[in-house]
Design a protein around this ligand. Structure first.
Ligand code: NDP
Ligand code: AKG
Ligand code: MG
Length: 417
């Protein structure tokens, strides 16, 4: 494949997919996108740590060859104002695995989210965001160890998908007239209008991925999170289709919460995954007060966006919570947080959200030793009191270091491991 600005490393081999299986050599080429804002700080820091962990884990037998790809402001500088170049998308499809820093989206005007466009264009339909506690991390919870959930957020539908019509435009007026005159809808004059598509197809493939994850990772429950009491035919339908999918495709390994109480006195039968649901607003309270009751969560795009930041806050904040956007054979790993523009270029913020997204990526390609080394080093360094500003302001006993200083401390801990 000929690229204009992407330079593929001269050595290394692309990850291939054959018969539904991923084939990863000892020297794979992985794509990375630096990202806007604090991307310049966290991405180089993480590359250093990932390389050190690979070197330590495999003593030179395995190595990553990184290919820099461009999206966002850096892409616009290189591709003549194009923030979303086709060849970046082609390269991600070709490599099948990439990791990205955050990308800027203007509020209330300007272009639509590049993150959402990326997810939709590559049909990365599941946003997977694990949230768990690491020793030494400041948490507002009394028992932060209880927190270990994985949020599966539908990534292509919902009000998030950008079907909206600005007040005062001809399209808005046309739709408003149709809704009022033909559908009997009532709303204030001049209201901005958005559409919330939630499909059976989109719901079922997301819930399928969540249940498959629960099976593979020995998890006890999958909770469908929705506001179906109010939005009956979108969020309510998500709940209905979620239960349907569980019964149709995983009836032998799942049990509903109702069945659990009716037939098993609330005691989970060995090997069964409990499928339950909670209304979205109470879920925010439950995750703070009784996190031990939850395991895998499956929800729609907007709920998942809100819930993943709130969950992250319970175990150290979005500076630490990782994520992945996944299709069946393409995955783009990314930090949960945004570009934090006020800190951009200051070498200040916590690189751990992107770092742990990399841990997810190494697990995904079947190199789990890398992730375990990074997690151990992280706990050692943080428990030892070397932290970035976000943890330092919550811990009197810690010393604040820069992003690069934190990465150096991790590299040292990895080399000594
Ligand atoms: N996936 C993506 O690419 C995402 C992109 N965005 C985009 O990012 C831009 C800014 O969005 P905004 O809502 O301000 O959200 P951000 O996540 O960029 O920042 C909000 C606050 O979170 C804290 N924070 C963020 N990252 C870190 C980090 N690495 N370490 C420590 N603390 C951190 C900071 O808190 P404090 O001020 O308390 O120090 C920061 O001010 C927008 O354009 C938005 O669209 C947003 C989310 C995801
Ligand atoms: O695309 C954006 O700018 C924001 C996306 C976001 O908040 C997220 O994916 O968590
Ligand atoms: Mg978000």
């Amino acid at each position: 494949m000929g690229f204009k600005h992407v330079s593929m490393p001269e050595s290394g081999e692309k990850i291939r997919v054959e018969d539904d299986k991923m084939i990863v050599g000892d020297e794979p080429i992985l794509g990375y996108i630096e990202g806007d804002g604090i991307g310049v700080d966290i991405t180089p820091a993480c590359l250093k740590v990932w390389d050190a962990a690979v070197e330590k884990a495999y003593g030179g037998k395995r190595k990553v060859h990184w290919a820099e790809l461009y999206l966002g402001e850096k892409a616009a500088g290189i591709y003549d104002g194009d923030y979303f170049p086709d060849e970046t998308l082609d390269a991600i499809k070709d490599l099948t695995v990439a990791i990205k820093g955050p990308l800027t989206t203007p509020v209330g005007e300007g272009f639509r989210s590049l993150n959402v466009s990326l997810r939709q264009t590559l049909d990365l339909y599941a946003c997977v965001r694990p949230v768990k506690y690491y020793q030494g991390v400041p948490s507002p919870l009394r028992k932060p160890d209880d927190f270990d959930v994985v949020i599966f957020r539908e990534n292509t539908e919902d009000v998030y998908s950008g079907i909206e019509f600005e007040s005062g435009t001809a399209e808005n007026e046309k739709l408003a007239k149709f809704l009022r005159e033909e559908m009997g809808a009532k709303f204030f004059e001049g209201a901005g209008l958005g559409v919330k598509p939630i499909s059976e197809f989109g719901t079922k493939r997301l819930v399928r991925k969540a249940i498959e994850y629960a099976i593979e990772n020995d998890r006890e429950s999958v909770t469908l999170v929705h506001k179906g009491n109010i939005m009956k035919f979108t969020e309510g339908a998500f709940r209905k289709w979620g239960y349907e999918l569980a019964a149709e495709e995983f009836g032998d390994v799942t049990i509903t919460e109702d069945e659990l109480w009716e037939k098993h006195d609330g005691k989970r039968p060995e090997g069964k995954i409990v499928i339950k649901d909670r209304i979205a607003d109470i879920m925010f309270q439950l995750l703070q007060l009784r996190p031990a009751e939850f395991d895998v969560l499956a929800t729609m795009n907007l709920n998942g966006d809100y819930l993943s930041d709130a969950a992250a806050a319970s175990v150290g904040g979005i500076g630490i919570a990782p994520g992945a956007n996944m299709a069946d054979h393409v995955a783009v790993f990314e930090a949960t947080h945004g570009t934090a523009p006020k800190y951009a270029g200051q070498d200040k913020v916590n690189p751990s959200s992107l770092l742990f997204s990399g841990v997810m990526m190494f697990d995904y390609i079947g190199w789990p030793e890398v992730g375990r080394l990074i997690e151990d080093a992280f706990e050692k360094v943080v428990v030892g009191g070397t932290v970035t500003y976000d943890f330092a302001r919550q811990r009197d006993d810690a010393t604040e270091v820069k992003t690069s200083g934190f990465a150096d401390a991790l590299v040292e801990a990895i080399r000594k491991a």
